[in-house]
Design a protein around this ligand. Structure first.
Ligand code: GLN
Length: 482
């Protein structure tokens, strides 16, 4: 049961071979048994999950089921869910039980999916290793001495360890794709604006985007069908025609032009990663695709640009955590200012404080033009590179990460090294382009490697087709660490 794909479980539910109550009970048991090993979940609430499962069974009996009815989904603890502790991995929100549902949670609830628990994550989604969580680090099921990636490390670990068939993640600079790559699963960050940010605790609003994480492209398509949709409560939500993201899965790839950015295939990528990516590209050529060299001359600026803009937005977004209406409040203080200072000093961890300091600095009088405005200009240039590249190709490929998962503790003392984990992923957030990662092999110490696929705006169905066709002729996505 635990190795079955989300699609297979969905079929079994529809054929009434199993009930959602049974399925949910089994996954809850497995989480209870194994979570102490991985620390993938912050909160599990058997009663609430089973309540949902019973309603799902009623929906199925009444003939109102769709693909995700009755399916357990692990929800990143950045999504507010009514009645659930919603911590965002922070002490600041360690006492926050959400009074409302995020747009994404609402959409899962409407189709009768089960919230199987809230997953661990880097504090306020700031990190690439899940080591900044107030709730402790998460382990990579492939190797317990390796990081799972971050910030959606709990989600990736849970899916890889078969604690859930699918999970939600959020991606501001790579937080869906990098942990997916490091844990050997699939994940997609949709085009900016497709998935509602309402109730998704804000990190850097112009970059944040929610998306699904699962084992296969086919499963991602089913989840995306539920997650995407206009939400008037998110001012950047896009109003578009409803799409079926699974519609093109079976299309042959002949004639597909894959762009390979020469800047991504230069030094920086480790040998084992390069080798797996080359093999994956050979597979695509066998499937009828052709590869063309392209150039993204400003791509190398993505990390510096990201680390000006993301902290700038974070410093503003996180000012709401002041100890007044919700979240952590210091026990003793002398006046209002003192309460703000003490509550924030106690509630935020070191990485979050570092980001707030950087963000406040680049937005301050005298530095705003030199850093913030400059970064915005470069952001536009990076986007133009992609627009030009898409005149020569249909889709772009490269490595998701420069190396396989690093060891726990290896980079936690060196923020700059940690920031470089997102060297290939952050451009998709700066441009708003959709991007995904799929497993394509193993490297150093037998740790997983991810192929990064960047599509043009709104080309999610095509990207899932491209990923699915590869997964029809290879079995990396079926490999299990447990
Ligand atoms: N690793 C990046 C950071 O620390 C990206 C995180 C994310 O995508 N949420 O900011």
């Amino acid at each position: 049961m635990f190795n079955a794909s989300l699609k297979q479980l969905s079929d079994q539910l529809a054929e009434k071979k199993i009930s959602s109550t049974e399925l949910t009970t089994e996954f809850l048991k497995r989480i209870k048994q194994l979570n102490s090993e991985y620390n993938a979940f912050i909160t599990v609430n058997e009663e609430m999950s089973l309540d949902q499962a019973r309603s799902a069974d009623q929906m199925i009996a009444a003939g109102q089921a769709s693909a995700l009815t009755g399916i357990p989904i692990a929800q990143k603890d950045i999504f507010c869910a009514k009645g659930w502790l919603t911590t965002c991995g922070s002490k600041m929100l360690s006492n926050f039980v959400s009074p409302y549902d995020a747009g994404v949670i609402e959409r899962f609830n409407q189709v009768g999916a089960i919230n199987i628990g809230k997953t661990n994550m880097d504090e306020f989604a700031m990190g690439s290793s899940n080591e900044t969580s107030y709730y402790g680090l998460v382990k990579n099921p492939w190797d317990l001495s390796a990081v799972p990636g971050g910030s959606s490390g709990g989600a990736a670990s849970a899916v890889a360890a078969r604690l859930a068939p699918g999970a939600t993640g959020t991606d501001t600079g790579g937080s869906i794709r990098q942990p997916a790559a490091l844990c050997g699963i699939s994940g997609i960050k949709p085009t900016y604006g497709l998935v509602s940010r309402y109730g998704m605790i804000a990190f850097a609003s112009s970059l944040d985007q929610g998306g699904p994480m699962a084992r296969s492209a086919e499963d991602l398509a089913l989840m995306l069908n539920v997650m995407v949709g206009f939400d008037p409560r998110d001012s950047t939500s896009l109003q578009r025609k409803v799409e079926d993201y699974a519609r093109d899965l079976q299309k042959p790839l002949s004639g597909l032009r894959i762009g390979l950015p020469k800047e991504y295939f230069a030094e920086g990528m480790s040998k084992d990663v390069e080798c797996a990516i080359e093999k994956a590209l050979d597979e695509y050529r066998k499937l009828g695709a052709e590869t063309v060299e392209i150039s993204l001359p400003n791509a190398s600026l993505s990390i510096p640009v990201y680390y000006v803009l993301a902290p700038a937005e974070a410093s503003s977004n996180l000012s709401r955590f002041d100890g007044v209406r919700y979240g952590h409040r210091a026990k003793s203080y002398s006046d209002l200012g003192d309460m703000y200072r003490k509550s924030r000093a106690e509630g935020f961890g070191p990485e979050v404080k570092r980001r707030i300091l950087i963000g406040t600095y680049v937005l301050s009088h005298g530095y705003y033009d030199a850093y913030y405005i400059k970064a915005q200009k470069l952001r536009r240039l990076i986007a133009q590179d992609f627009t030009q590249a898409y005149q020569q190709c249909d889709i772009i490929m490269g490595p998701t990460t420069p190396t396989v998962a690093f060891n726990l503790g290896e980079k936690s003392g060196d923020p700059i090294q940690m920031y470089l984990s997102d060297i290939y992923t952050s451009a998709a957030n700066l441009t708003g382009l959709p991007a995904m990662s799929i497993p394509v092999g193993f490297g150093n110490k037998n740790r997983p490697i991810g192929l990064h696929i960047i599509g043009n705006y709104f080309m999610e169905a095509q990207m899932l087709n491209v990923a699915h066709q590869y997964q029809q002729v290879t079995d990396w996505h079926l490999k299990s660490p447990v």
